[in-house]
Design a protein around this ligand. Structure first.
Ligand code: SAM
Length: 280
Protein backbone atom coordinates (compact mmCIF):
# COMPACT_ATOMS: atom_id res chain seq x y z
CA UNK A 1 0.00 0.00 0.00
CA UNK A 2 1.41 3.40 -0.94
CA UNK A 3 0.11 6.28 1.14
CA UNK A 4 -2.45 5.17 3.72
CA UNK A 5 -6.00 5.86 2.58
CA UNK A 6 -8.38 7.59 4.92
CA UNK A 7 -12.02 7.06 5.84
CA UNK A 8 -13.54 10.50 6.40
CA UNK A 9 -16.74 10.55 8.45
CA UNK A 10 -18.43 13.70 7.21
CA UNK A 11 -21.32 15.52 8.90
CA UNK A 12 -23.84 17.21 6.60
CA UNK A 13 -26.57 19.78 7.42
CA UNK A 14 -29.78 18.81 9.25
CA UNK A 15 -31.92 21.11 7.13
CA UNK A 16 -30.16 24.36 6.35
CA UNK A 17 -27.54 23.93 3.63
CA UNK A 18 -25.78 27.01 5.00
CA UNK A 19 -24.59 24.78 7.84
CA UNK A 20 -22.35 22.73 5.55
CA UNK A 21 -18.79 23.33 6.75
CA UNK A 22 -16.18 24.27 4.10
CA UNK A 23 -13.93 21.38 5.09
CA UNK A 24 -16.75 18.92 4.41
CA UNK A 25 -17.14 20.30 0.90
CA UNK A 26 -13.38 20.06 0.26
CA UNK A 27 -13.20 16.49 1.51
CA UNK A 28 -16.26 15.34 -0.47
CA UNK A 29 -14.83 16.95 -3.61
CA UNK A 30 -11.42 15.38 -3.21
CA UNK A 31 -12.03 11.79 -2.06
CA UNK A 32 -12.16 8.91 -4.54
CA UNK A 33 -15.56 7.67 -3.43
CA UNK A 34 -18.48 8.70 -1.24
CA UNK A 35 -20.43 6.05 0.67
CA UNK A 36 -23.89 7.57 1.19
CA UNK A 37 -26.85 6.26 3.18
CA UNK A 38 -29.11 7.10 0.24
CA UNK A 39 -27.43 8.25 -2.95
CA UNK A 40 -30.66 9.72 -4.38
CA UNK A 41 -31.28 11.76 -1.25
CA UNK A 42 -27.72 13.14 -1.19
CA UNK A 43 -27.80 14.13 -4.88
CA UNK A 44 -29.24 17.55 -3.99
CA UNK A 45 -26.42 18.26 -1.56
CA UNK A 46 -23.84 17.19 -4.14
CA UNK A 47 -25.37 19.40 -6.81
CA UNK A 48 -25.58 22.38 -4.49
CA UNK A 49 -21.88 22.18 -3.64
CA UNK A 50 -20.62 21.11 -7.08
CA UNK A 51 -19.44 17.75 -5.82
CA UNK A 52 -19.07 15.29 -8.67
CA UNK A 53 -17.41 12.42 -6.78
CA UNK A 54 -18.96 9.00 -7.42
CA UNK A 55 -21.38 7.88 -4.72
CA UNK A 56 -22.16 4.33 -3.66
CA UNK A 57 -24.95 3.29 -1.30
CA UNK A 58 -23.95 2.24 2.18
CA UNK A 59 -26.26 1.56 5.09
CA UNK A 60 -26.15 -0.76 8.06
CA UNK A 61 -28.15 -3.39 6.17
CA UNK A 62 -25.45 -3.52 3.52
CA UNK A 63 -23.99 -7.00 3.94
CA UNK A 64 -20.49 -7.74 5.13
CA UNK A 65 -19.48 -8.15 1.46
CA UNK A 66 -20.26 -4.44 0.94
CA UNK A 67 -18.19 -3.48 3.99
CA UNK A 68 -15.34 -5.73 2.82
CA UNK A 69 -15.56 -4.18 -0.67
CA UNK A 70 -15.17 -0.65 0.70
CA UNK A 71 -12.33 -1.69 3.02
CA UNK A 72 -10.64 -3.41 0.07
CA UNK A 73 -10.80 -0.18 -1.92
CA UNK A 74 -9.25 1.75 0.95
CA UNK A 75 -6.53 -0.85 1.41
CA UNK A 76 -5.80 -0.37 -2.30
CA UNK A 77 -5.18 3.30 -1.54
CA UNK A 78 -8.56 4.87 -2.38
CA UNK A 79 -9.89 7.48 0.04
CA UNK A 80 -13.50 7.26 1.10
CA UNK A 81 -16.00 9.64 2.71
CA UNK A 82 -19.01 8.40 4.62
CA UNK A 83 -22.16 10.54 4.79
CA UNK A 84 -25.70 9.90 6.01
CA UNK A 85 -28.94 11.57 4.89
CA UNK A 86 -28.45 14.39 7.39
CA UNK A 87 -26.29 15.27 10.35
CA UNK A 88 -23.44 13.23 11.74
CA UNK A 89 -23.08 9.63 10.49
CA UNK A 90 -23.30 6.95 13.21
CA UNK A 91 -25.52 9.15 15.42
CA UNK A 92 -28.73 7.08 14.98
CA UNK A 93 -27.44 6.61 11.45
CA UNK A 94 -25.42 4.03 9.52
CA UNK A 95 -21.66 3.81 9.73
CA UNK A 96 -20.67 1.93 12.84
CA UNK A 97 -19.82 -1.32 11.05
CA UNK A 98 -17.76 0.47 8.43
CA UNK A 99 -15.78 2.55 10.95
CA UNK A 100 -15.22 -0.53 13.09
CA UNK A 101 -13.99 -2.51 10.07
CA UNK A 102 -11.73 0.35 8.93
CA UNK A 103 -10.05 0.59 12.34
CA UNK A 104 -9.72 -3.19 12.53
CA UNK A 105 -8.01 -3.11 9.13
CA UNK A 106 -5.55 -0.55 10.48
CA UNK A 107 -6.94 2.31 8.39
CA UNK A 108 -7.10 5.89 9.51
CA UNK A 109 -10.53 7.32 10.35
CA UNK A 110 -10.94 11.10 10.35
CA UNK A 111 -14.10 12.92 11.52
CA UNK A 112 -15.24 16.07 9.75
CA UNK A 113 -17.54 17.56 12.39
CA UNK A 114 -20.68 19.50 11.68
CA UNK A 115 -24.37 19.43 12.54
CA UNK A 116 -26.06 16.87 14.75
CA UNK A 117 -29.66 17.38 15.82
CA UNK A 118 -29.04 16.12 19.37
CA UNK A 119 -26.27 18.61 20.12
CA UNK A 120 -27.98 21.47 18.28
CA UNK A 121 -31.13 20.86 20.36
CA UNK A 122 -29.15 20.61 23.61
CA UNK A 123 -27.37 23.88 22.88
CA UNK A 124 -30.67 25.77 22.76
CA UNK A 125 -32.80 23.79 25.21
CA UNK A 126 -31.85 25.56 28.40
CA UNK A 127 -31.58 22.27 30.32
CA UNK A 128 -28.47 21.26 32.29
CA UNK A 129 -25.90 20.38 29.65
CA UNK A 130 -22.75 19.60 31.61
CA UNK A 131 -23.74 15.92 31.54
CA UNK A 132 -26.33 14.32 29.28
CA UNK A 133 -27.26 10.99 27.75
CA UNK A 134 -28.37 10.36 24.22
CA UNK A 135 -30.98 7.63 24.05
CA UNK A 136 -31.66 7.77 20.30
CA UNK A 137 -35.09 6.52 19.21
CA UNK A 138 -37.41 4.92 21.75
CA UNK A 139 -39.17 1.69 20.79
CA UNK A 140 -42.17 2.05 18.46
CA UNK A 141 -44.31 -0.32 20.56
CA UNK A 142 -45.81 1.22 23.68
CA UNK A 143 -44.99 -1.59 26.10
CA UNK A 144 -41.29 -1.58 25.17
CA UNK A 145 -41.22 2.23 25.17
CA UNK A 146 -42.64 2.38 28.69
CA UNK A 147 -40.02 -0.13 29.88
CA UNK A 148 -37.25 1.99 28.38
CA UNK A 149 -38.64 5.11 30.03
CA UNK A 150 -38.91 3.33 33.38
CA UNK A 151 -35.25 2.36 33.12
CA UNK A 152 -34.21 6.03 32.88
CA UNK A 153 -36.82 7.41 35.27
CA UNK A 154 -34.30 8.24 37.98
CA UNK A 155 -31.47 9.24 35.64
CA UNK A 156 -30.08 12.55 36.89
CA UNK A 157 -28.52 13.62 33.57
CA UNK A 158 -30.46 15.41 30.84
CA UNK A 159 -31.98 12.84 28.48
CA UNK A 160 -32.02 13.32 24.71
CA UNK A 161 -34.36 11.34 22.44
CA UNK A 162 -35.04 11.34 18.72
CA UNK A 163 -38.67 10.75 17.81
CA UNK A 164 -40.70 10.33 14.65
CA UNK A 165 -43.45 12.97 14.23
CA UNK A 166 -46.29 10.42 14.02
CA UNK A 167 -45.26 8.96 17.39
CA UNK A 168 -44.54 12.26 19.14
CA UNK A 169 -47.85 12.61 20.99
CA UNK A 170 -47.99 8.97 22.09
CA UNK A 171 -44.39 9.22 23.27
CA UNK A 172 -45.04 12.40 25.24
CA UNK A 173 -48.08 10.82 26.87
CA UNK A 174 -46.00 7.83 27.96
CA UNK A 175 -43.29 10.15 29.25
CA UNK A 176 -45.90 12.01 31.26
CA UNK A 177 -47.23 8.82 32.84
CA UNK A 178 -43.78 7.39 33.63
CA UNK A 179 -41.76 10.52 34.45
CA UNK A 180 -44.56 12.66 35.88
CA UNK A 181 -46.44 15.69 34.56
CA UNK A 182 -44.11 18.14 36.27
CA UNK A 183 -40.83 17.04 34.67
CA UNK A 184 -39.37 19.83 32.50
CA UNK A 185 -39.07 18.85 28.84
CA UNK A 186 -38.06 20.56 25.61
CA UNK A 187 -39.43 19.89 22.14
CA UNK A 188 -36.92 21.00 19.48
CA UNK A 189 -38.60 20.71 16.09
CA UNK A 190 -37.45 21.42 12.55
CA UNK A 191 -34.09 22.77 13.71
CA UNK A 192 -32.34 25.08 11.24
CA UNK A 193 -35.44 25.05 8.99
CA UNK A 194 -38.25 27.53 8.27
CA UNK A 195 -40.59 26.27 11.00
CA UNK A 196 -37.98 25.80 13.70
CA UNK A 197 -39.71 25.60 17.10
CA UNK A 198 -38.12 25.18 20.51
CA UNK A 199 -40.60 24.86 23.33
CA UNK A 200 -39.75 24.29 26.95
CA UNK A 201 -42.52 23.33 29.38
CA UNK A 202 -43.57 20.81 32.00
CA UNK A 203 -44.46 17.44 30.43
CA UNK A 204 -48.16 17.77 31.27
CA UNK A 205 -48.31 21.19 29.62
CA UNK A 206 -46.35 20.10 26.55
CA UNK A 207 -48.64 17.12 25.98
CA UNK A 208 -51.67 19.44 25.92
CA UNK A 209 -49.91 21.94 23.63
CA UNK A 210 -48.86 19.30 21.10
CA UNK A 211 -52.29 17.62 21.23
CA UNK A 212 -54.01 20.93 20.53
CA UNK A 213 -51.84 21.86 17.53
CA UNK A 214 -51.35 19.21 14.88
CA UNK A 215 -48.63 21.35 13.25
CA UNK A 216 -46.42 20.42 16.17
CA UNK A 217 -46.75 16.78 15.15
CA UNK A 218 -45.06 17.39 11.82
CA UNK A 219 -41.43 17.48 10.73
CA UNK A 220 -38.40 16.23 12.60
CA UNK A 221 -37.99 16.52 16.32
CA UNK A 222 -35.76 16.00 19.30
CA UNK A 223 -37.12 15.61 22.83
CA UNK A 224 -34.96 16.60 25.77
CA UNK A 225 -36.00 15.70 29.29
CA UNK A 226 -34.58 17.24 32.41
CA UNK A 227 -32.86 14.69 34.63
CA UNK A 228 -34.47 13.32 37.76
CA UNK A 229 -34.12 15.68 40.66
CA UNK A 230 -35.56 13.38 43.35
CA UNK A 231 -38.97 13.38 45.01
CA UNK A 232 -42.30 14.73 43.90
CA UNK A 233 -42.36 12.93 40.56
CA UNK A 234 -44.11 9.64 41.20
CA UNK A 235 -45.69 8.24 38.08
CA UNK A 236 -49.36 7.37 37.94
CA UNK A 237 -48.78 3.60 38.10
CA UNK A 238 -46.52 3.83 41.17
CA UNK A 239 -49.03 6.07 42.92
CA UNK A 240 -51.90 3.71 42.03
CA UNK A 241 -50.09 0.63 43.36
CA UNK A 242 -48.96 2.44 46.50
CA UNK A 243 -52.42 3.84 47.24
CA UNK A 244 -54.08 0.43 46.84
CA UNK A 245 -51.60 -1.12 49.25
CA UNK A 246 -51.72 1.79 51.65
CA UNK A 247 -55.46 1.25 52.09
CA UNK A 248 -54.79 -2.23 53.47
CA UNK A 249 -51.33 -2.04 55.05
CA UNK A 250 -49.21 0.24 57.22
CA UNK A 251 -47.45 3.10 55.43
CA UNK A 252 -44.10 1.36 55.86
CA UNK A 253 -45.36 -1.97 54.53
CA UNK A 254 -47.17 -0.30 51.63
CA UNK A 255 -44.07 1.68 50.63
CA UNK A 256 -41.88 -1.40 50.86
CA UNK A 257 -44.19 -3.64 48.82
CA UNK A 258 -45.00 -0.94 46.24
CA UNK A 259 -41.25 -0.35 45.79
CA UNK A 260 -40.76 -4.05 45.01
CA UNK A 261 -43.66 -4.06 42.53
CA UNK A 262 -42.90 -0.80 40.72
CA UNK A 263 -39.13 -0.50 41.03
CA UNK A 264 -39.57 3.01 42.49
CA UNK A 265 -37.43 3.82 45.55
CA UNK A 266 -39.06 2.94 48.87
CA UNK A 267 -38.17 6.31 50.41
CA UNK A 268 -39.91 8.14 47.61
CA UNK A 269 -43.12 6.18 48.13
CA UNK A 270 -42.88 6.57 51.90
CA UNK A 271 -42.44 10.31 51.50
CA UNK A 272 -45.41 10.43 49.14
CA UNK A 273 -47.50 8.54 51.70
CA UNK A 274 -46.54 11.03 54.41
CA UNK A 275 -47.47 13.96 52.17
CA UNK A 276 -50.84 12.35 51.38
CA UNK A 277 -51.47 11.77 55.11
CA UNK A 278 -50.70 15.41 55.78
CA UNK A 279 -53.34 16.43 53.26
CA UNK A 280 -56.13 14.23 54.75
N1 SAM B 1 -27.43 11.59 12.26
C1 SAM B 1 -28.44 12.57 12.54
C2 SAM B 1 -27.88 13.61 13.51
O1 SAM B 1 -26.67 13.70 13.67
O2 SAM B 1 -28.67 14.32 14.11
C3 SAM B 1 -29.72 11.93 13.04
C4 SAM B 1 -30.32 10.94 12.11
S1 SAM B 1 -31.77 10.19 12.68
C5 SAM B 1 -32.08 8.96 11.49
C6 SAM B 1 -33.01 11.37 12.28
C7 SAM B 1 -33.63 11.99 13.52
O3 SAM B 1 -32.83 13.08 13.96
C8 SAM B 1 -35.00 12.58 13.27
O4 SAM B 1 -36.03 11.61 13.35
C9 SAM B 1 -35.09 13.61 14.37
O5 SAM B 1 -35.43 12.99 15.59
C10 SAM B 1 -33.65 14.11 14.42
N2 SAM B 1 -33.48 15.26 13.53
C11 SAM B 1 -32.80 15.30 12.37
N3 SAM B 1 -32.86 16.53 11.84
C12 SAM B 1 -33.57 17.30 12.67
C13 SAM B 1 -33.99 18.66 12.67
N4 SAM B 1 -33.69 19.48 11.68
N5 SAM B 1 -34.72 19.11 13.72
C14 SAM B 1 -35.04 18.30 14.74
N6 SAM B 1 -34.70 16.99 14.78
C15 SAM B 1 -33.97 16.50 13.77
Amino acid sequence: MSEQAVLYVVATPIGNLGDMVPRAVEVLQSVDLIAAEDTRHSKRLMQHFDITTTMVAYHDHSGSAAVAGLIGKMLAGKSLALISDAGTPLVSDPGYRLVDAALTAGLKVVPIPGASAAVAALSAAGLPSDRFIFEGFLAAKQQARIKQLQSVREEARTLIFYEAPHRLLACLEDMKSVLGADRPVVLARELTKAFETIRRAALGELVDWVAADSNQQRGECVLLVSGYSGGGELDIEARRVFELLNDELSLKQAASLAAKITGVKKNLLYQYGLEQKGRD
